[in-house]
Design a protein around this ligand. Sequence first.
Ligand SMILES: [Zn+2]
Ligand SMILES: [Zn+2]
Length: 576
Amino acid sequence: MQFAREEARKYQIDADFVQETALPAFEIRRVAGRLVIAAPTPLETLYGVYECAEHFGGYTFFEPGRDRFDASRRVSPCAANLPDETLVPARLPLLKRRGFIQEFPFNEETPALFDWMAKNKLNYLLVWMKYYDELSEDLKHAAAVRGIEIESGHHNFDYWIPGKAYGKTHPEFFAEINGKRISPSGNAELLLSEQLCTTNPELRAEIARRMLEYCEAHPEVKTISLVPNDGFGWCECENCSKFYDKNKKGDFYSLSEHVYKADRIYHDMVRDIAARVNRIRPDLQITMVAYINYCAPSEGFTLNPGMAVHFAPYWRCINHEISDPECPINSHYADDLRKWCAAKRGGEVNVYEYYMGVNFYLSLPMIHFHEMFHELQWYNKIGVDGILTQFHIPHWSVYGLNYYLMGKAARGESETEAIASIFGRLFGADAVQALDFYRNIKKLLLTMGKCHIPYPYSLFRRTKLADYRSLLAQARALSESNPQDRFRRELVIWMEYLCRFKTFFDQMHARTATVEDAHHLLEWIHSHHDTHVFVQNRFDSYFQAIEEDLRTGHEWLHFNIDWEDDYIRRHVSLLK
Ligand SMILES: [Zn+2]
Ligand SMILES: [Zn+2]
């Protein structure tokens, strides 16, 4: 409660705190001319304080580290002689777990991130174990007082069984491919398609032992993952082979038609290891992921207490809502998700989203405001427990509205009110104009074709430069009416970037682009490193692939991964 009091002082909220354990969430009231925050827990009290700061105090918590304050938005809810009243009624959160997936190390922005998460009532952060290990005690404390649970996990076969430590002593722990055990590369950044011999009983015992040891050493950690290294490459030894039907390949929608399903082998391992760990530490939660060739629960698999799945609709279509039966991609993801919810026996289901396209969507537009509210309502209805999304602070001006509104939607706030409110807060008298700007971007996405998988080729091959030029003009008009506003200036840079990238794309496909053109564009992006439009290092990696194409004459579709390019070609013909 002490932290809530400190924050109330900081944001000049003069309120009485009352604990009422029967409430489903905080409630804000006026009682005898005093502001009262009633809440079931200290964390909900803290949320109530932030709610007051936004509701009455003139604050807007749109962006990490950049609180907005507008004195003209301040109101006095307890002005003289007003009758007792519930000002903000308690509302049961739509989803229990609300949060982010952090795919990068903790950094100087972490304190602002934790602060923003609490202000927006997010309570979950999934990070890679190698990053969690670098988190300072101070930051762990900062997360704890803000009610943020940190899961130490993500892709981590190589964390539990590092090639460096076990490669020599236990070669039998690693996958057998074409009759030979792989020698693990030990390259933690690029563990594409290196797996373990997951049926080996000693390997399973060793992982369970390491998990218990880890949680002993990190008593604050309550959730850990058991997630394959990224990619494919599952073991084909005699025992492991019993868990595949070589005639049963993965599916088109989950980009795994070219490999056989690994659901049975993965789920058998998770079931066994989670049971071993939970026998000794029933308080720990073991999470798994569902995507690519292990997207749906295997026959008979159940999510028992102490287990959770993070379900990732990887390369979903962002033009259709997830539950839209019309979408040939998303409808399959929706089916799988229903199956996961049906497999719950005390365990949990979280959705692992990409409300920024995916990693290599590169700040291209994803306007998912209304869709997110509908999707989260649907998740709640079918029994999903949580929503997590990948994110970056350096591209906040592009996707921040998705992140901000996800927080509102996950708490069960009203779609129309939440969207109208943030546009009013960010754009004031120009809110209508701003809504029109975003509506035009959305219209461009929806009219270029039925489905849209978020990678650059899908967008640029079906749109015209003129489309982006008119959006740029609109962004400029918005910025000119309030040139001091950084966010509006960055919308202009964003639109200018779309014009430049589209121009370059057209040159590439006309085979007139040069390496200099690629450098020139990348330099222009680098010259805006101080904005919140670009995640710079993503562009560095991506442009290496483009330059390779320019040198070799390889066709540029995406990131030069052959199997990925094959799916892109199929998307062109199937998702017209
Ligand atoms: Zn094996
Ligand atoms: Zn679709």
